[in-house]
Design a binder for this molecule. Structure first.
Ligand SMILES: Nc1ncnc2c1ncn2[C@@H]1O[C@H](COP(=O)(O)OP(=O)(O)OP(=O)(O)O)[C@@H](O)[C@H]1O
Length: 613
């Protein structure tokens, strides 16, 4: 059996590495949308035809006005032709606009789906440490809200942009032919409205908009954090403090929102006024009256300006209304691009196959973002067929060290080798075929127990899964569940911490990798479960096992102990030898559980070299 074992580590143990964050260039908006270009073009062309056809009824009214108001007999055939052309134009507009809108929305669905797929694929490849730097609320916003915010960009922008340019252009040409002077006067409202746009894009306005967005993000993540930590917060009476954090975020938001509204509202009002039909009509009527009284145009020629003049401003107004949406969509695309541009774990171009399953850490150094080195020059060899217990005070770097083996991040100095090959030269498939891990924060999927255990080996049969479950001493408990191995975790059963841990161990055993990394989470395992788990691990005779050991029994049964202190190996050797030396490890051993009943017995056993293997 082989495959990826994916019990994942908790947030506190998910660091990041500068070496890994060699960011890819974020995809440009154009690159993101390139696969959909043909559909965009179809949507836009349909919209152009619809929009231009929409001018036909207006032009028909203008022509009818001219014909009917001019002295002399009315040419009936001409009038009917104009009416029919107007009506046909109306239908063409309806048909093409509906088709464009429908296709635009289908396209929107496709783009959103592909963006979410790309995001999911990227999130599956970024270093796990990257997640710890992002609050889950912010990430959820990108995958959920931000992708949805692209809607106006995809479904409306092509149509509205096209209408906003093509319709006024055709109208302008027509009006210029009728009277260029009155055309210029008719353009006054449009020019006034457009003159407001730069005011919305000043650096301070953009800054306010950014502040507004981050204030929204802070509210979202403080709510998520508050909800996620509610049990702890309530139990320890800190709800007021946690509440305060949310309230502070909300207060900040109100301040920023007020500032933003104050800046934007005057500009928006000015634009709305300039584009309002009464203002446009007043401008055209004043200009028209001047032109008629000066003998520049006939009274009937005022009609196209009154009708098309309103049409000139309508698309600009539509753009104005959509401006916020478009800006929001643009910012959302920016955040999506940032996630899509996150550096994935670099994969070797020519993966090298390891010779065996010996693990070597050579002068390994690692520091988190703050620059402080958590591991400083670690040299360590883990021989196949041995269990190495990693011990040391809290914060000494144990979790950081074990996470180097499944390559949650790369060392910032030195290298980690498996079978003589630097992990960076090993394909990730090969790595996870050889290394599985059970770390403190066990994560099980909302799926059947069978699927959870066979996660790394999708083609495993029930016998394989049962064998792993028996080894992890969880088989009997599974049989007691309502649907046995088919019971869905999280729906039909809530497992205890110890049970979940044993399922995770069964999963690692089913993955059957030659290298196993364990964080002995003792927080919830009861002594019986603990013994069962240790027995299961004792069966892994031919594996290379590295375990962060908290239990003295585990330490006693290990082939080698490595003691870390402040990111440095301070002692290493057989547990019996180290105890006999009476150095740092012996002192550490004594401080662990000095009064525990079984300790002297265990110590005695260890000192006699009575190891199980
Ligand atoms: N994601 C992280 N970002 C920044 N610093 C971290 C991160 N995770 C751990 N550290 C820091 O690295 C140091 C080593 O932490 P690590 O969790 O490796 O120690 P540990 O020996 O496993 O501790 P414990 O036994 O309490 O789990 C600590 O100072 C810790 O604050």
């Amino acid at each position: 059996m082989s495959g990826i074992h994916s019990a994942v580590a908790g947030e506190q143990s998910t660091p990041s590495s500068g070496a890994l964050s060699a960011a890819l260039q974020p995809a440009s908006t154009g690159q993101l949308l390139r696969p959909h270009v043909t559909r965009f073009a179809v949507v836009a062309i349909l919209q152009v035809i619809g929009a231009v056809a929409g001018l036909a009824p207006l032009l028909a009214v203008v022509e009818l006005g001219r014909v009917l108001l001019s002295p002399g007999a009315v040419a009936r055939d001409h009038v009917w032709t104009v009416v029919i052309l107007g009506v046909v134009g109306l239908f063409v507009r309806l048909l093409f606009t509906a088709a464009s809108s429908g296709l635009g929305h289908i396209l929107d669905g496709k783009v959103q789906l592909s963006l979410r797929r790309e995001l999911a694929a990227r999130l599956g490849r970024v270093p796990i440490g990257w997640f710890s730097r992002r609050r889950s609320g912010e990430l959820a916003k990108v995958v959920g809200e931000d992708v949805s915010a692209v809607h106006p960009f995809i479904a409306h922008a092509p149509g509205e942009l096209v209408s906003a340019f093509v319709v006024p252009l055709v109208s302008l040409v027509y009006l210029l032919i009728v009277d260029w002077r009155l055309t210029l006067i008719t353009l006054i409202p449009v020019v006034l409205a457009i003159a407001h746009v730069p005011l919305l894009m000043t650096p301070s306005r953009m800054r306010e908009q950014k502040d507004f967005d981050s204030a929204m993000g802070r509210i979202a993540s403080s709510v998520v954090e508050f909800v996620q930590g509610i049990s702890v917060v309530k139990a320890f009476g800190g709800s007021e403090r946690a509440h305060r954090k949310f309230l502070t975020a909300a207060d900040d938001f109100v301040d920023i929102f007020t500032c933003w509204v104050r800046g934007v509202s005057a500009v928006a009002a000015g634009m709305q006024l300039a584009l309002s039909p009464p203002f446009v009509l007043v401008v055209v009527l004043i200009g028209g009256t001047m032109r008629i009284t000066s003998g520049g145009i006939a009274p009937a020629d005022l009609l196209p300006f009154l009708l098309l003049g309103l049409g000139l401003t309508a698309p600009v107004a539509a753009l104005g209304h959509g401006f916020d949406d478009m800006q929001a969509a643009g910012r959302a695309v920016g955040r999506i691009r940032e996630v899509l541009g996150t550096g994935a774990l670099p994969e070797p171009a020519h993966p090298v196959a390891p010779q065996d399953n010996r693990v070597e850490l050579r002068d390994v150094r690692f520091g988190y973002d703050d620059g402080h080195e958590v591991l400083r020059g670690i040299d360590l060899t883990l021989e196949p067929g041995t269990v190495t217990a990693l011990v040391g005070p809290s914060g000494s770097g144990k979790s950081t060290l074990v996470q180097l083996l499944p390559r949650f991040f790369d060392p910032t100095g030195g290298s980690v080798h498996l079978g003589g090959v630097d992990l960076r030269d090993l394909g990730s498939k090969e790595l996870y075929r050889r290394v599985s891990f059970v770390l403190q924060d066990v994560r099980l999927l909302r799926a059947s127990i069978m699927d959870n255990i066979a996660l790394a080996v999708p083609h495993a049969d029930l016998d394989d899964v049962v064998r792993a479950a028996r080894l992890a001493h969880i088989h009997d408990r599974i049989l007691e569940l309502p649907c046995g191995y088919e019971t869905v975790i999280g729906e039909e059963v809530k497992l205890s911490g110890g049970e979940a841990q044993r399922i995770a161990i069964a999963r690692a055993l089913a993955a059957d990798t030659p290298v196993l990394v364990l964080d002995e989470a003792t927080a919830f395992a009861d002594p019986q479960a603990d013994r069962a788990v240790r027995q299961a691990l004792a069966t892994l005779r031919d594996r290379t096992v590295l375990v962060i050991a908290h239990r003295l029994e585990t330490i006693a049964e290990a082939n080698a102990v490595v003691m870390l202190e402040d990111g440095v190996v301070v002692e290493r050797g057989r547990p019996a030898d180290l105890l006999a030396q009476d150095g740092k490890f012996a002192a550490f051993w004594r401080t662990q559980r000095p009064a525990a009943a079984g300790d002297s017995e265990t110590r005695g056993r260890v000192l006699q070299g009575d190891q199980p293997r």
